[in-house]
Write a protein that binds this ligand. Structure first.
Ligand SMILES: *Cc1c(COP(=O)(O)O)cnc(C)c1O
Length: 393
């Protein structure tokens, strides 16, 4: 089975580029040039050196001893929380800003939900001195004031979107509309492994630095490059895609995708797209999405703003449907408890998204000598208000 994108931009039946005609030239240009650029020496040098000196890579692979003892196995945390701006998102925005520059684009647009991708995009635009416009649902603008202020301080223009439910899906629609109106000079930095081909593959390649480092670090620490499990949370799926990439063909490695169940998979308030989703087209890609019988998108819900997207990257739809990845879910409550457990056992406050990956540790049974890697996608600073409101602290 092939888990990488094919010539036409598909992963099995999922993927492709379902876009309005006005965007053909942009998407075509990107498709024709992205692989050549990524593999060129100039691009690679710039990317590698910024990952190292600006983002702070390699991120450590940390043996969490007290957490390991709790679960009776060997748990390693891939510390994406230690990157500049606090999550894995910077890996992708650094890659894409270099791409934009090599394509000669001077104006950057992005969509954002909770604001993490918006901040990571505004950051690299400041770094390169490029104009930056971030679309954000009006509801998210009011809920995520600190990130809105950060983006503004970084010099970005934040445009509140008042259509639909005023959240991520609506912000994405508006970013696509902007792109259609100003296609010549504008580069759209998408924040996850979603959107039309070649975005899912391009973003996966930028994030694949995670599993590349993991191989070397595991070899140093355990004597072998392959773990028994890799566990990651899946919203759109970029941190998981990066953590899986160099192990996709290695069937001895169990890939576990943790989705947000919200109040429960069957509750009607959930973001468990891989479990509940049916094939459909969203934001330029054929994938699994939560929709009703008439094809109306159902609003996702999770306590974690980074996981409540109604679709999922086509790679993950394929990994789940082909059986390569196992999909487990964690409710709001399970994630909150897992966040507190990590904090008390290791002195690390995780992002709420990452807490969903930690929460599924409860649902697996490990052997004593097995090696388990959890991708700790981000840090919990942004979630302190939620933790204070829900945890007895
Ligand atoms: C945005 C975000 C996610 C979800 O995005 P993916 O594309 O699924 O990785 C997960 N964790 C953190 C910390 C995030 O900021």
């Amino acid at each position: 089975m092939d888990y990488r994108v094919d010539q036409k931009g598909f992963y099995g039946q999922f993927g492709g580029a379902y876009i309005p005609e006005m965007l053909y030239p942009n998407v075509r240009e990107l498709e024709e040039r992205y692989l050549g650029l990524i593999e060129s020496e100039a691009f690679r040098d710039e990317f590698t050196s910024l990952l190292k000196d600006y983002a702070g890579r390699p991120s450590p692979l940390y043996l969490a001893s007290r957490l390991s003892e709790h679960y009776g196995t060997n748990i390693y945390l891939k510390r994406e929380d230690l990157n500049h701006t606090g999550s894995h998102k910077i890996n992708n925005t650094i890659g894409q800003i270099i791409m934009a520059r090599h394509l000669g684009k001077k104006r950057i647009i992005a969509e954002t939900g909770a604001g993490q991708h918006g901040v990571a995009t505004a950051t690299v635009c400041a770094l390169y001195g490029l104009e930056c416009v971030v679309y954000m649902g009006a509801l998210d603008v009011s809920r995520q004031a600190p990130n809105v202020k950060k983006m503004k301080m970084l010099g970005a223009k934040v445009v509140p979107v008042h259509s639909g439910n005023k959240t991520l899906k609506d912000a994405t629609n508006e970013a696509i509309r902007d792109w259609i109106n100003k296609p010549v000079n504008t580069y759209y930095i998408i924040g996850s492994v979603v959107g039309p081909h070649p975005y899912p593959d391009m973003v996966t390649r930028f994030q694949s630095v995670i599993s590349k480092e993991m191989r070397t670090q595991l070899a140093e620490k355990t004597g072998r490059e392959t773990p028994d499990y890799i566990i990651a949370c899946v919203g759109g799926g970029s941190n998981a895609a990066g953590a899986y990439y160099h192990y996709l063909d290695d069937k001895s490695v169990r890939l576990v995708s943790a989705e947000a169940a919200g109040l429960g998979v069957e509750s009607g308030s959930t973001a468990a797209t891989l479990i509940l989703g049916t094939p459909g087209i969203i934001h330029g890609s054929k994938t699994l999405l939560m929709q009703d019988r008439d094809g109306q998108i159902q609003e996702p819900y999770s306590i974690s703003a980074g996981l409540d997207y109604p679709g999922v990257g086509p790679l993950h739809a394929w990994l789940a449907r082909s059986g390569r990845a196992e999909v487990l879910t964690a409710t709001d409550e399970e994630a909150l408890r897992a966040a507190l457990l990590l904090t008390r056992k290791e002195g690390i406050i995780p992002a709420l998204e990452s807490a969903h990956a930690l929460a599924v540790l409860e649902k697996l049974s490990f052997k004593k000598d097995e090696v388990v890697v959890v991708n700790l996608s981000g840090r919990g600073d942004k979630d302190m208000e939620t933790y204070i409101a829900y945890l007895d602290i």
